[in-house]
Design a protein around this ligand. Structure first.
Ligand code: CMP
Length: 138
């Protein structure tokens, strides 16, 4: 069944000029781009987005990085979108990511790992709503 997921092309990938190549991989894998925008977020806005990780030792580093430059939040649609995007992204740590995955090709480290993808339906709903209004999701 068709499902929506949420992704972010992270500041490292945007800075290196990899956003287009990453979106091309995503489209090639059968995802439809429902909505996309380019934004820069504050550290406070990054903290709100990643609040589930607020007790983690890397929270400061993560929110500092995510507010360090422009990002592309994206809403994607496909059958089994959540699991399929995570497979296409590869492991969080690019050193452990499989050949051909986005992180294997474009990520530098566990922090600067090029792309984010929702891990479950509830998270996808929260994350889509964090960045997009209903009228932007037709
Ligand atoms: P993401 O899928 O965006 O969700 C949470 C992020 O935290 C994850 O990708 C990583 O970029 C980041 N992260 C996870 N572990 C670490 C770590 N040990 N150090 C820095 N960042 C981390």
């Amino acid at each position: 069944m068709s499902q929506r997921t949420f992704s972010i092309i992270k500041p490292d990938a945007v800075k290196k000029g990899h956003a287009g190549a990453i979106l091309a991989e995503i489209e090639k894998a059968g995802f439809k781009i429902v909505s996309i925008k380019k934004v820069s977020i504050s550290k406070t806005q990054a903290e709100g987005f990643y609040y589930v990780h607020k007790e983690r030792p890397f929270f400061g580093e993560l929110t500092e990085f995510m507010s360090s430059g422009p990002i592309f939040p994206v809403v994607l649609e496909k059958d089994n979108a959540i699991a399929d995007l995570r497979k296409l992204m590869g492991a969080t740590d690019p050193a452990k990511a499989e050949e051909g995955t986005i992180r294997k090709q474009f990520a530098a480290s566990i922090g600067e790992n090029a792309i984010h993808g929702s891990d479950a339906e509830e998270t996808a709903a929260f994350e889509i709503g964090y960045f997009f209004a209903g009228f932007e999701l037709k």
